[in-house]
Design a protein around this ligand. Sequence first.
Ligand SMILES: [Mg+2]
Length: 136
Amino acid sequence: MAGVPEGDSVTIGKLKQIQAQFAKERDWDQYHSPRNLLLAMIGEVGELSEIFQWKGEVQRGLPDFKEEEKVHLGEELSDVLLYLVRLSDICGVDLGKAALRKVELNAIKYPAKASKEVANKEDGIENSTSADNGTD
Ligand SMILES: [Mg+2]
């Protein structure tokens, strides 16, 4: 696909397949119980958190991070994602389908117009006519 970064074309299904094959080749299926995978994922969330620990708030795009810190961040984000995909697979949950359903539920729970009005009030921004007619 022209203009689309290669990573964006990776599907949850492909990651699921790769993870299943990886575990099978190492005879690790015996260790991949839901509980073990959940605890492993939480451990990786801890490793991910360590990257941001003590840094205070950081800017989007992480302009103050060194290149090796960004590489490390990618590794820890991947560890969390891969365990999440594996956990979903082992539990028999279609993660892509479940995620899309959850987005739909969130859209019902937090209608865009009402949520934007609340956010603007919290930011001290008066509701304007442009926000009300969707032109902003
Ligand atoms: Mg890790």
